[in-house]
Design a protein around this ligand. Structure first.
Ligand code: G6P
Length: 319
């Protein structure tokens, strides 16, 4: 069966106790995944974008700006999908398109304990093909695990019929909600090489300590480990970010000056967010016709192993 068009009714399998399809005008239809107690995930069809992830106490774990703008502008917060980047609009057009429910996705091995998931699909429109002349199928599975963990699996296939390969860069532009950015540490990126977007993408090596935030940061960590931890002292919460198929990790906080310059971002909101974005940036991914690429993001929020001023990075990173 072909993928549903954006305006067709939601398929039958969406009527499950773990899923709700909510209609809203202006491309704002969304799917809500429900887990144990108050765990939930909200996904907007516009952008195929996760806009909310709540833990079992119903606390929001992702940052969304109070000034976020409605479609057709990209939405500031949650997890925008950045694809296909290159000489296109910033971060590509996928975050700016209406995705459809994929009612017959090719099989994807899943943990049978995961009941709450949804499959979305994006194919290029005629206009998209004028801008980026490649035919593709982008399948996105968003799943809420039994313990409240969230995973996004992207499968991108080259469906060009003229034999041409294509290349792209990619990012899960994840906006985490934090209590106070100056109390946050990121562990797992110590001693990594990075490109500094604020210094013309010059390459540097990170020092040996966990990363803390005192000013604007916009860095692409290269060949970053598959697990990175964001430790929020005040919340005593640690986000564990895992990634597969995505070598790099972008870390971004706009800080005060850039915050003021952004129309869709509150002046002080930089204090309450941090982007850590599993990505493939340095080396574009190339797919020949018929080839498929897979990239996975896993997120969990666990209590910090914070004890009398000492954090134990080994415990956080290796369980
Ligand atoms: O404003 P946007 O297009 O959403 O981009 C917001 C930010 O995203 C990334 O993290 C980039 O590294 C930054 O350079 C950019 O400013």
């Amino acid at each position: 069966m072909a993928a549903a068009t954006p305006h067709s009714p939601p398929p039958q399998q969406l009527s499950s106790p773990f899923l709700e399809y909510i209609r809203a005008p202006g491309g704002l239809d969304k799917v809500v995944l429900r887990g144990r107690r108050s765990c939930s995930v909200e996904i907007r069809l516009f952008g195929g974008q996760v806009t909310s992830w709540k833990n079992d106490h119903g606390e929001e774990l992702l940052f969304v700006s109070s000034k976020a703008i409605k479609p057709p502008k990209p939405f500031r917060g949650g997890i925008p999908i950045c694809f296909p980047q290159g000489n296109l609009e910033q971060h590509g057009f996928a975050r700016n398109r209406l995705w459809a429910i994929d009612d017959n996705p090719p099989p994807l091995p899943v943990n049978p304990a995961i009941k709450a998931f949804v499959d979305l699909i994006l194919k290029p429109s005629e206009d998209d093909l004028k801008m980026w002349p490649h035919s593709f199928e982008f399948r996105l599975r968003i799943a809420l695990g039994a313990g409240g963990d969230l995973s996004l699996t992207s499968r991108i296939r080259n469906t060009n019929t003229d034999g041409r390969p294509f290349s792209y860069t990619f990012a899960y532009h994840t906006y985490f909600s934090v209590s106070d950015i100056s109390e946050v540490r990121v562990e797992g990126l110590e001693t990594m090489d990075y490109l500094d977007n604020m210094k013309g993408k010059e390459r540097f090596t990170e020092q040996g300590d966990a990363i803390v935030f005192e000013s604007e940061v916009d860095k692409v960590y290269l060949a970053a480990p598959s697990k990175v931890a964001i430790i929020d002292h005040d919340m005593r919460r640690t986000f564990v970010v895992t990634k597969e198929g995505l070598p790099d990790a972008v870390v971004w906080n706009p800080w005060d000056k850039k915050a003021k310059a952004m129309q869709d971002f509150g002046d002080s909101e930089y204090k309450h967010m941090l982007c850590v974005e599993p990505a493939a940036v340095e080396k574009p991914i190339t797919l020949k016709p018929g080839e498929e690429w897979k990239g996975r993001l896993g997120l969990s929020a666990v209590p910090s192993s914070y004890c009398s001023g000492q954090l134990d990075p080994l415990k956080v990173l290796h369980g």
